[in-house]
Design a protein around this ligand. Structure first.
Ligand code: PLP
Length: 412
């Protein structure tokens, strides 16, 4: 890794982690929090925050261990020499290509560095002190954080017995709603909300509100897209990302798809900026790779089935996932399990306060999930014993179940 050492790519030191903490502290007041931050903050302070140890099993941030497909890697290599230029027309190429593939007009599609940005800006655009944010619980946390910045009431409704969003309860709980957030398949449960339920929301939502359908994980499943509602000019914005099945989380590319006037409203917060050309080139070629989605979907489904079969044999309960993550009931305090797994070099996902004994597990490669199984078996057979982490208490505060850096701790 000659070039890595020349560019000092060894990863952040403990000191620079605290600088990240400082930045996050500022972000709490006004900016975006996303999956990588939630994963990092859930890791015990006594555990590594820099590069993971060698051979670590990293299944704590819903990433795709396969990374970009081979044609995307070639496109990245090819464009690198010319990446001294902004090349904004490539972004237009990407949005037009997506629009053509999905049967949309190009002005219905806008590209961002990931889907976390449009998620955040959409919530800021449609919620306020007078218009609440409505979400499922457990659900992806980023929108709740944005709603708090907007001064909006956050309304959380439990999932149904089949782990879908309870759309009737969502509508009933929030006559003042500004935005209904539906993530399908859901992060963290991996479970689906039927298309008919999203239609119900569209038909019964209060005037002036919108439905934000987050399809970050849709390609892992057989779920029906909500893009037909966008085509029908409904009050719906759909989010897609290249971070999940396309394996591009570190490259940063995502899309917001909606009526042009809705996208225009988001632009009031997002402004306009260039995207990384490497990410756009990789996204364009990934969309052109017809075998990518079916192949990766099949690989994910096979490893997921194998992992769930192991959990069945071992007598554990989990959510019936159609995606690359699921919630696992450990029947024990989750912090203990997360730390004990990390001590075995297996980094599993976080817990949600509403389900205090569940942890989120991301489906990794077959080899990784075999290591997960061995470590989990060992941890669950051992006597419950806490791994003390006293510094953790000093460094982190609790924001609605999300651990965030405490002001004034270690440079924060
Ligand atoms: N939406 C959901 C449901 C997610 O789980 C994530 C990341 O994990 C995102 C959005 C944001 O991802 P990105 O900004 O990498 O596209």
């Amino acid at each position: 890794m000659k070039s890595a050492s020349r560019c000092n790519l060894g990863g952040p030191s403990r000191r620079s982690f605290f600088q990240i903490g400082g930045a996050a502290s500022a972000a709490l007041a006004s900016g975006i929090l996303s999956e990588s931050f939630f994963a990092l903050s859930a890791r015990a302070a006594s555990l590594p925050h820099g590069p993971f140890p060698k051979d670590a099993v990293i299944i704590d941030a819903n990433e795709n261990p396969l990374g970009p497909c081979s044609v995307a890697r070639e496109a990245i290599a090819e464009i690198t020499a010319n990446s001294g230029r902004y090349q904004y027309w490539l972004t237009e190429h990407l949005t037009k290509q997506f629009a053509t593939q999905e049967g949309l007009q190009p002005e219905y599609v806008r590209a961002f560095p990931g889907s976390g940005e449009p998620l955040h800006f959409t919530v800021l655009s449609f919620t306020s002190a007078a218009r609440s944010y409505v979400t499922a619980d457990p659900g992806y946390e980023a929108g709740m954080h944005a709603a708090k910045i907007a001064g909006a009431r956050v309304v959380k409704t439990p999932l149904t017995p089949t782990f879908a969003h309870d759309v009737k309860a969502m509508v009933a709980a929030a006559p003042d709603a500004g935005l209904f957030y539906v993530c399908t398949p859901n992060n963290p449960t991996g479970t689906l909300t039927p298309h008919s339920d999203i239609e119900y929301l569209v038909e019964h939502k209060p005037r002036g509100s919108i439905v934000l359908v987050d399809e970050a994980y849709i390609h892992f499943s057989d779920a029906t897209t909500a893009l037909d509602l966008v085509k029908g000019d409904k009050d719906v914005i759909v989010l897609r990302t290249f971070s999940k099945i396309y394996g591009m989380a570190g490259l940063r590319c995502g899309l917001a798809i909606g009526r042009p006037d809705l996208l225009e409203k988001i632009s009031g917060f997002s402004g306009w900026n260039s995207l990384p050309v490497t990410a756009v080139a990789a996204a364009i070629t990934s969309l052109g790779d017809a075998s990518l989605v079916p192949e990766r979907k099949q690989v994910n489904a096979a490893v997921r089935a194998d992992t769930l079969a192991f959990l069945d044999r071992s007598g554990y309960r989990y959510t019936p996932s159609a995606s690359n993550c699921f919630m696992l009931d450990t029947k024990r305090p989750t912090k203990e399990i997360i730390d004990a797994m990390a001590a075995r070099n297996v980094f599993i996902g976080r817990a949600w306060p509403v389900w205090p004994t569940h942890v989120r597990i991301t489906v990794g490669t077959k080899a990784e999930m075999e290591k997960f199984q061995a470590a989990f078996r060992e941890v669950m057979q051992a006597k419950p014993a806490r791994i003390a982490s006293p510094r953790s208490r000093d460094l982190w505060a609790n924001l609605d179940g999300i651990r965030v850096p405490r002001k004034g701790s270690g440079g924060v």
